[in-house]
Design a protein around this ligand. Structure first.
Ligand code: KIV
Length: 269
């Protein structure tokens, strides 16, 4: 008798099949308890390398090490049971060659048990995407504003304001789709370009700061929850967690100062 559990998570083909039918719902998460909540509503959860900035106070994603991605990836997989979990390949862990990318992606998948990896880059990463997908690793691509390249781009700048750049962005989208990516994050591009990219390819486009002209949306969870005091301009903030945490911490601090015992039962059970 087989001891294998049946697959119960949303699968890569199910996400790909949503193109033109249903919007793809996704959020980032880096941590087991929040992931358990997101899991009820998202098709996929991205353990994004934005965790370097959000969880660890880094200035950009460039400094994020592979081990950190694996640690947060494990936490999110443990906290969830329904959504597809996608883990970002961090800067420097995949760009050198398809075989380096394969070794990194295989390590991420084996150690975290996630269902797919994400990498940044369009045409220049097409050969690598093909190499990985041919060897059993599902790849989500990421084009437009690619945060790992902000040093080259000169900052977090909206892409496609100059129409003469559109063909290159569309070629990026076609290249990653043709190479076998099952979906592509389109970040920080102008609305008309997002529309053209979405129409040009057969895989879902997942927008972030790229208008409603995409097949799905993703946001950084802490941004939409109101935990980031300076969220990017495009973010719709759905919660006021920052204020709520502050109020709770303040009330707790006052209790302790009043020598009011800060547990309900006053014993550890
Ligand atoms: O790292 C991340 O959170 C991402 C999203 C912004 C798509 O790549």
């Amino acid at each position: 008798m087989s001891a294998q559990k049946p697959i119960r998570r949303i699968t890569v083909p199910q996400i790909a099949a949503k193109k033109g039918k249903e919007p793809v719902v996704s959020l980032t998460s880096y941590h087991a308890h929040t992931a358990a909540i997101v899991d009820k509503y998202a098709d996929f959860i991205l353990v994004g390398d934005s965790l370097g900035m959000v969880m660890h106070g880094m200035e950009s994603t460039v400094g994020v090490p592979l081990d950190l991605m694996i640690m947060h990836g494990k936490a999110v997989v443990r906290g969830t049971e329904r959504a597809l979990i996608v883990v970002d390949m961090p800067f420097g862990s995949y760009e050198e060659s398809p075989s380096v990318a394969f070794r990194t992606a295989a390590k991420i998948m084996k150690e975290t048990q996630c269902g797919a990896v994400k990498l940044e880059g369009g045409q220049r990463m097409a050969e690598t995407i093909r190499f990985l997908t041919d060897r059993g690793i599902p790849v989500m691509a990421h084009i437009g504003l690619t945060p790992q390249s902000t040093h080259v781009m000169g900052g977090f700048k909206t892409q496609g304001r100059d129409e003469s750049t559109w063909d290159a962005h569309i070629a990026d989208a076609v290249a990653v789709s043709d190479a076998g990516a099952f979906a592509v994050v389109v970040e920080g591009v102008v609305e008309e370009l997002a529309n053209k990219i979405t129409e040009a390819i057969a895989i879902p486009t997942i927008g972030i700061g790229a208008s409603a002209q995409c097949d799905g949306q993703i946001l950084v969870l802490e941004d939409m929850l109101g935990l980031n005091p300076k969220p990017p301009k495009f973010v719709k903030v759905y919660g006021d967690l920052g204020d709520r945490i502050e109020n709770a911490v303040k009330a707790y601090a006052e209790d302790v100062k009043d020598r009011s015992f800060p547990t309900k039962d006053q014993v550890y059970n």
